[in-house]
Design a protein around this ligand. Structure first.
Ligand code: ZN
Length: 324
């Protein structure tokens, strides 16, 4: 990763880059064809579903950083989960799924925008050797953050279980006052896939016991899905395999792409939070300041002139605020 991006003892510009997240104008995704999520609904039950497949996205993310096989697989599951979770949101913005732990993966973080543009990072897992979820993320916490383009950002934090990410997410939805939701996730390191079932508000089935029966029925069939099937069957094939006796409709797929939201401007904004004296020290020593984006490895360089302009505009802002 970045070599010469450590201006200070207390500040790591990489962290700042990570936090300096997007408020970028939307751009249309690049076409990949293979990576997509598919929404389906049942005609006679208040249940929706979503199936996601990822391949190119994974390859692009793993081209930026190489991880141990088990770490890659878990990252694939996180990516699939983030796409499924973001499909439950109805507004513009992004969803961030982040786990911190005392285990072999201190930090894993995935973002998915409403346009299904994803990016991801794992930190500190260079020496991860285990393939066990509970060891990789022992004593972990899962944070689900929803960051709408217009509106208040909100976050839920839940303890991670020891079994799997899907179990942890299932527990989270079971404990919260939300619509019943179940996840199935898998990744073989090359491809990731996931499925979600979610109860919808009462509409087709007002009778509660029947509603509950339908939910149990849909979930028990989904639970028969093997990892290999989730990875290799198309969404249509899987829907048919599970629910050929239950009338269901599948919508047009929406594409998922890897796209980083970093920019020269936003990265410079991150430098604004660092002590000017520290930046001066680096400029004296290296003649420039180099910042690497952790998500995509894009490198940004800033001259003494850039930094002077940054500080001048900060000063102007402060004076403006004092005057008004
Ligand atoms: Zn980037």
């Amino acid at each position: 990763m970045a070599s010469n991006t450590k201006p200070g003892r207390d500040h790591n510009p990489q962290c700042s880059t990570l936090e300096a997240m997007d408020k970028t104008p939307e751009q249309s995704p690049i076409t990949t064809g293979e990576d997509a999520s598919h929404r389906f609904i049942f005609d006679d039950a208040d249940i929706r579903g979503e199936i996601v497949h990822l391949k190119t996205t994974l390859h692009e993310i793993f081209a930026v950083h190489q991880y141990a096989p088990a770490v890659s697989q878990l990252l694939g599951e996180f990516l699939a989960a983030a796409v499924l979770l973001s499909s439950t949101l109805k507004y513009e913005g992004k969803l961030i799924l982040q786990a911190r732990s005392d285990g072999q993966i201190p930090l894993i973080m995935v973002e998915c925008s409403n346009l299904q543009q994803v990016r991801a990072i794992v930190r500190g897992a260079e020496h991860a050797t285990s393939a066990d979820f509970g060891t990789l993320l022992s004593n972990g916490q899962l944070a689900i953050t929803v960051d709408p383009t217009n509106g208040q950002r909100y976050q839920s934090i839940v303890p991670l279980g020891v079994e799997s990410l899907a179990h942890s997410l299932n527990d989270y939805f079971e404990q919260s006052e939300q619509l019943a939701t179940q996840f199935w996730l898998t990744c073989d390191g090359e491809k990731a896939a996931g499925m979600l079932l979610q109860q919808l508000p009462v509409s087709a089935t007002p009778e509660l016991s029947q509603r509950d029966e339908q939910w149990q029925h849909a979930c028990s069939l989904a639970a028969t899905t093997k990892s290999g099937e989730l990875l290799t069957l198309s969404a249509e094939q899987l829907l048919h395999r599970l629910y050929h006796e239950d009338p269901a409709r599948m919508f047009d797929p929406s594409e998922v792409v890897f796209r980083c939201t970093c920019s020269r401007e936003r990265t410079l904004g991150a430098l604004a939070t660092i002590d000017p004296a520290e930046l001066q020290d680096i400029l004296l020593e290296q003649g420039k300041i180099t910042m690497d984006c952790e998500f995509c490895n894009q490198q940004y360089q800033y001259s003494e002139d850039d930094i002077s302009k940054l500080h001048a505009s900060q000063k102007e802002d402060r004076e403006h605020r004092t005057l008004h």
